[in-house]
Design a protein around this ligand. Structure first.
Ligand SMILES: Nc1ncnc2c1ncn2[C@@H]1O[C@H](COP(=O)(O)OP(=O)(O)O)[C@@H](O)[C@H]1O
Ligand SMILES: [Mg+2]
Length: 227
């Protein structure tokens, strides 16, 4: 890891009413690094991911991205950061079911200002890399779970993000499909030099990461290097 982390959580605290979700959690992620976040249900993994992405603001503590505090950026700058430098994959894909694969992947690129032609070219490239170019013109609502998750990964990667936030990205898939999605996600991220924050409770999925951390009761429980 280079001297300066790409993304860093420093002593994060977050409560939802009386419920503490994060209780002094610190974590640094290097450029191009893949970090698996493990831990029991309710331990604060999703809250950590949302805070690292600047979607939720912590009550206390800071998140630094490329050396800048997210809380000090304007809402507009944070929104642009999420659009241009971050990619997201969730458990159930969150594709628009009425739109085709190519439209689901190209829509955010068009919103980011690319021409229709450029957005479609990039979407086609991402669909090919995720080996779902054969369902390019199929509506998301008519795809299998594995195809939909691969299209969701293509969408997350198509903008060339520096960081991919993946919250249980294989949680809705059987283990064979889960491994295919992970292999494609990891190889595409490595090609692009993107970091991945991978929330999962499946050890065989966490094994794709460079490093595992375990969250328990809103803080890191242990740090293990994977060899
Ligand atoms: N939006 C919310 N409103 C109220 N409580 C929440 C909210 N999000 C998370 N929590 C609570 O915060 C704790 C941590 O949740 P979460 O980060 O989703 O854990 P995990 O992803 O590890 O399952 C849990 O007790 C959960 O019920
Ligand atoms: Mg969660």
């Amino acid at each position: 890891m280079s001297a300066e982390p790409l993304l860093e959580a420093i002593d994060l605290h977050k409560r939802f009413g009386a419920t503490p979700a994060l209780d002094g959690l610190s974590l640094a992620i290097g450029g191009g690094e893949i970090v698996a976040v493990l831990g029991p249900s309710g331990s604060g993994k999703s809250t950590l991911l949302l805070c690292l992405a600047g979607i939720l603001l912590a009550d206390d503590g800071e998140v630094h991205y490329r050396g800048r505090s997210l809380a000090e950026l304007s809402d507009g700058v944070r929104t642009r950061l999420r659009r241009d430098e971050f990619g997201f994959v969730f458990q159930f894909g969150q594709l628009v079911p009425e739109l085709t694969a190519v439209d689901n992947v190209s829509l955010p690129l068009r919103l980011a200002g690319l021409t229709r032609r450029a957005a479609i070219a990039r979407a086609d490239d991402a669909l090919t890399r995720l080996a779902v170019d054969d369902v390019r013109d199929k509506r998301a609502g008519e795809m299998s779970g594995g195809q939909g998750q691969r299209v969701a990964v293509a969408r997350a990667l198509a903008s060339g993000p520096r960081v991919i936030f993946a919250d249980e990205p294989t949680g809705s898939l059987d283990s064979a499909n889960g491994e295919v999605v992970m292999e494609l996600l990891v190889s595409a991220a490595r090609d692009q030099g993107a970091s991945i924050i991978l929330v999962t409770h499946e050890p065989q999925i966490a094994a794709y990461a460079d490093r595992e951390v375990v969250v328990r009761d809103g803080r890191l429980a242990e740090v293990a290097a994977i060899t």
